[in-house]
Design a protein around this ligand. Structure first.
Ligand SMILES: [Zn+2]
Length: 294
């Protein structure tokens, strides 16, 4: 995947940025530990420019960032860019957070300029990802789509699969040894909507909290909306849900050994036909337009 990014610094009539094009360029494309190198480590090539500051004849008051970026688009040749990141003076649009992005879209609005993983998170939204949750929104900080702040972390296994960065095989009833999933060609498994992976700190994965590295990470993801981190297994511990049984047998620094099983349930022939019919009928309505600011 190759993406060309336009990063545009924006001044208002009553407020201006207090950081330079060079500083943002170093963070995004040219400096040590930049955002493009982070994405490259997962197989996504980012190129782009940092331009501005562009001054728009509008006040910085309020939260109408859609209109602010529309005004910028009138002043800049945006056609060459797949995605545009508007960087406003820090603290603009108070209460909104670090940034906002279109999911599956092309625009990102940043209200804090100095967090590389904030930019990476919002780009993840543009690429079509929703959040990495636990029971809490953004709670799965093993993934860049969880809360920003800890630094660079690779996307979790279901997000990597969604972006086509990783092929994940279906598990069957047997014992598996899974290596750490930090490398580009990494290992993970899925069974039903459950994704099984093992994580390790590494280059561009420095922000990964140690708690994610001690056992098998089990995520739930049905392909729509956020991923959900369900559990991190310990040695000898068993996870059982929706007829899926996973037991962690052992782990070391580089791998985890697990037993995967699926309970067979006898379903009467008329129940099978009913389910198939129900799925066909209701499946059609289950579309998501993939848009919206988040
Ligand atoms: Zn977000």
């Amino acid at each position: 995947m190759n993406k060309h990014i336009g990063v545009i610094l924006v001044n208002f009539s009553d407020s201006v940025v207090n950081f330079s094009v060079q500083k943002i360029d170093e963070m995004m494309f040219s400096g040590h530990n930049n955002v493009a190198d982070y994405f490259e480590s997962m197989g996504i090539t980012l190129t782009g420019d940092v331009i501005g500051p562009i001054t728009i004849p509008l006040s910085s008051q309020g939260h109408d960032y859609g209109s602010w970026s529309n005004k910028v688009d009138e002043l800049v040749d945006i056609r060459q860019y797949d995605h545009r990141i508007y960087v406003f003076p820090d603290g603009t649009a108070p209460g909104i957070g670090i940034g906002q992005a279109e999911v599956g879209g092309e625009r990102i609005w940043m209200f804090r300029h100095d967090l590389p993983d904030g930019y990476a998170h919002e780009l993840g939204h543009n690429f079509g990802l929703f959040h990495a949750d636990t029971d809490r929104d953004l709670g799965d900080t093993s993934c860049m789509m969880g809360s920003s702040g800890p630094g660079f972390r690779h996307f979790n296994a279901p997000h990597k699969e969604k972006l086509g960065l990783m092929h994940i095989n279906h598990a069957s009833n047997r014992i598996y040894t899974l290596a750490t999933d930090n490398l580009r060609y990494s290992e993970a498994l899925k069974i039903g909507y459950y994704y099984l992976s093992f994580r390790k700190k590494g280059r561009y994965n420095e922000g990964l909290n140690k708690k994610y590295t001690v056992g098998l990470n089990i995520h739930y993801f049905d392909g729509i909306g956020p991923t959900k981190l369900i559990k991190i297994l310990k040695d000898g511990e068993r996870f059982e849900k929706d007829r899926v049984i996973i037991t962690q047998l052992s782990h070391s620094d580089g791998y985890v050994q697990i037993q995967v099983g699926e309970k067979k349930v006898k379903i009467k022939w008329w129940s099978r036909i009913f389910r198939k019919f129900w799925k066909q009928k209701n499946g059609k309505n289950r579309k998501h337009n993939g848009r919206g600011k988040i």
